[in-house]
Ligand binder design. Structure first.
Ligand SMILES: C[S@@+](CC[C@H](N)C(=O)[O-])C[C@H]1O[C@@H](n2cnc3c(N)ncnc32)[C@H](O)[C@@H]1O
Length: 274
């Protein structure tokens, strides 16, 4: 069964400023982006030329994480917040390939994602998927949405996916607040997967300058360190290898084929709720 939870009709697509979902789509080679997104993307690429590789490695990380969670950790329920536009290998496709009864709730706040949500809703008959237009700033609302509650059972382990989304949250206290709220809502045996932009792997870079560039490119985002992500996950059991460069998290290609951390500048981590 498939449902879309239309709490409010999307207010149309704003092409006057860059949006994260559309800019990311551009880096991944998609067509759902506008001149303003491409301008923003190219501005960042001018300073960090491998940023497209970074987006690709983030998707590869997502693929390995979902396989790990489904095949090794036995997870059958996913909550993917900041899911982005449908792309090659969405969470439900990867999970249901291994376990057809997997259930996935996608959440994003960008109206363009809603217009493409149909692709996220093609579930196996044994499983189920839902798409919710909602904002991560209000996690209580997300967890109370009827379509979420019809799709996943919050009494049973859930994998919360927060991939490449928390760096759009400028306020550290806010990130800690909403992360704490979500992890406390998850039963023991649940997992949380994160990926996040960093400058840890770019020695000598001026973080303030890089963040100012992000603001000029129309999408402010914060760069956080491995230590910051470790703090966020305090009290959770980190899955080996802990917080690491994306390409080094349980890689499935030989060393010489792995992207260099300095070309990605993103950390990933998967943690288990004890
Ligand atoms: C860079 S994309 C990442 C997509 C996907 N998670 C991945 O890693 O491939 C970030 C997504 O987060 C969404 N996003 C940003 N801020 C959000 C918020 N406050 N609430 C919900 N989604 C948000 C954007 O609309 C975008 O689709």
């Amino acid at each position: 069964m498939t449902f879309v939870d239309f709490e409010e009709v999307p207010a149309g697509i704003d092409t006057s400023r860059a949006h994260p979902a559309r800019r990311y789509d551009y880096w991944l080679g998609g067509k759902d982006n506008f001149a303003v997104d491409r301008e923003s993307a190219n501005m960042l690429a001018g300073v960090f030329p491998t940023i497209r590789l970074s987006a690709i490695e983030n998707r590869r990380f997502l693929h390995r994480v979902v396989r790990f969670l489904t095949a090794e950790a036995g997870i059958r329920q996913f909550l993917d917040i900041g899911s982005g536009l449908p792309s090659a290998g969405n969470v439900h496709e990867l999970a249901q390939d291994i376990a057809p009864d997997s259930r996935v709730v996608y959440v994003d706040n960008d109206p363009i994602v809603l217009t493409h949500a149909r692709a996220l809703l093609r579930s196996t008959p044994e499983g189920r998927t839902a798409y919710l237009q909602a904002d991560l700033h209000d996690p209580a609302r997300i967890l109370a949405m009827p379509e979420l509650l019809r799709t996943i059972d919050l009494e049973r382990p859930v994998a919360l996916m927060l991939l490449a989304v928390l760096h759009f949250f400028d306020d550290d206290a806010e990130v800690h607040r909403l992360f704490k709220f979500l992890r406390e809502a998850l039963p023991p045996g649940s997992y949380i997967a994160l990926s996040h932009a960093t400058t840890d792997d770019e020695p000598g870079v001026d973080v303030a300058e890089r963040e100012a560039l992000n603001r000029r490119a129309g999408i402010p985002f914060r760069l956080r360190s491995a230590a910051d992500l470790g703090d966020l996950c305090a009290g959770l059991d980190l899955i080996e290898p802990g917080v690491s460069a994306l390409s080094r998290w349980r890689p499935n290609v030989p060393e010489h084929e792995r992207a260099r951390p300095e070309d990605i500048c993103m950390h990933g981590v998967v943690a288990r709720v004890p």
